[in-house]
Design a protein. Structure first.
Length: 190
């Protein structure tokens, strides 16, 4: 602890990073943790934090590199309510052989994200209810049912959605009542 009982910058950052697969954003550090920008930059300069993407840094002592790409996708939106969604969620839930070439993330309200790597990400805007969300590897993600619903309107190929419904029903990832609704919606789309 530092003077006045306030945690040291590195301790506060470590705690945040542990809940985000080893990653923190400069904005989070300054705005949420009240870290002095100079202190943050000093941690980067000394190698205590490693730059992963624009404004996103890895705390090297924290495990999580395996899922880093997903966490970066969430953090780069700058929205604390961002969730993994659509085709990304189908792949993570392992109910389809889909292999998305981009990360799909849903945020509750639209805002412009100006980054040079936007071709790697698809940002969707949709207000989601609590029952549509779950957690995976410390990250918010839509449920399998919601992922299929989203992919129906997004235009994901029909054969991949049929596969998701089949596997989802066999594994219990998609409840029976939702299966009927989703199967009907898929047939209407076809």
């Amino acid at each position: 602890m530092s003077q006045g009982g306030r945690p040291l910058t590195r301790d506060a950052l470590l705690e945040l990073a542990e809940g985000q697969n080893g990653l923190v954003t400069r904005h989070q550090a300054i705005a949420e943790l009240d870290v002095d920008p100079t202190a943050f930059d000093a941690l980067v300069a000394r190698g205590r934090l490693e730059r992963v993407a624009r404004g996103i840094y890895r705390y090297p002592r924290v495990a999580g590199v395996e899922y880093e790409g997903y966490q970066v996708a969430l953090l780069r939106t700058g929205d604390p309510e961002a969730v993994l969604s659509h085709e990304t969620a189908l792949a993570i839930h392992e109910i389809s052989d889909i292999n998305p070439s981009r990360y799909h993330v849903t945020i509750p309200r639209g805002h412009r994200i100006r980054r040079s790597d936007n071709d790697r990400y698809v940002i969707h805007v949709q207000r989601l209810e609590a029952h549509q969300l779950t957690w995976w590897q410390q990250m918010p993600i839509v449920t399998p049912t919601t992922a299929v619903e989203q992919c129906l309107t997004y235009g994901t190929p029909t054969y991949l959605l049929r596969q998701a419904l089949d596997r989802g029903s066999r594994t219990g990832a998609i409840p029976r009542d939702a299966l009927t609704h989703l199967t009907d919606a898929l047939e209407r789309r076809v």
